[in-house]
Design a protein around this ligand. Structure first.
Ligand code: ZN
Length: 156
């Protein structure tokens, strides 16, 4: 288990030190969405470019703690090039992972394995749930992305 935790720690540090998809996209055509976590002072700005139901490009800026910034980077790598349906599915799976742990920290219930595997590197963030105050750091980018998708579907 400690080996797995070391691996997860490495993934998080790697994404924190070398964030993926860092930068901005021209708006329009891209949509710009901002997210803020007042509990920790984390900020993310997400730029989404959607074409024909596919998230063709995503860029992010922002600053904050290692959890919020590595979660942003991991998310951008996971959702880029996916259909909006797949992106919605990933958001739901990730938030469920965080919520499941949040409500069952003292239970021995294992996390839904299939979902964890589907998350790939994102599973590294499940260690965050041991620190409930950091869950909002981990979900910030995801909530911001979700808000962007809602705005896009409102335009359609
Ligand atoms: Zn934070």
């Amino acid at each position: 288990m400690s080996n797995l935790e070391d691996l997860y720690r490495e993934v998080i540090l790697d994404h924190y030190r070398s964030p993926r998809n860092r930068g901005e996209l021209e708006t329009p055509p891209a949509l710009r969405v901002e997210g803020f976590n007042p509990l920790c002072g984390d900020e993310v700005v997400v730029y989404l470019l959607v074409d024909n139901g596919v998230l063709t490009d995503i860029k992010m800026t922002g600053h904050g703690c290692s959890i919020s910034q590595s979660s942003s980077s991991l998310m951008s790598a996971a959702v880029k090039g996916k259909s909006l349906e797949q992106v919605r599915g990933l958001i739901t799976t990730f938030k469920t992972l965080m919520t499941v742990h949040e409500s069952s920290i003292d239970s021995s219930e294992p996390p839904p394995l299939q979902d964890v595997r589907a998350l790939g590197e994102l599973a590294a963030l499940q260690g965050v749930v041991k620190f409930p105050v950091r869950i909002k750091c981990a979900t910030l980018a995801w909530n911001t992305l979700n808000q962007g998708l809602d705005e896009l579907s409102a335009i359609d």
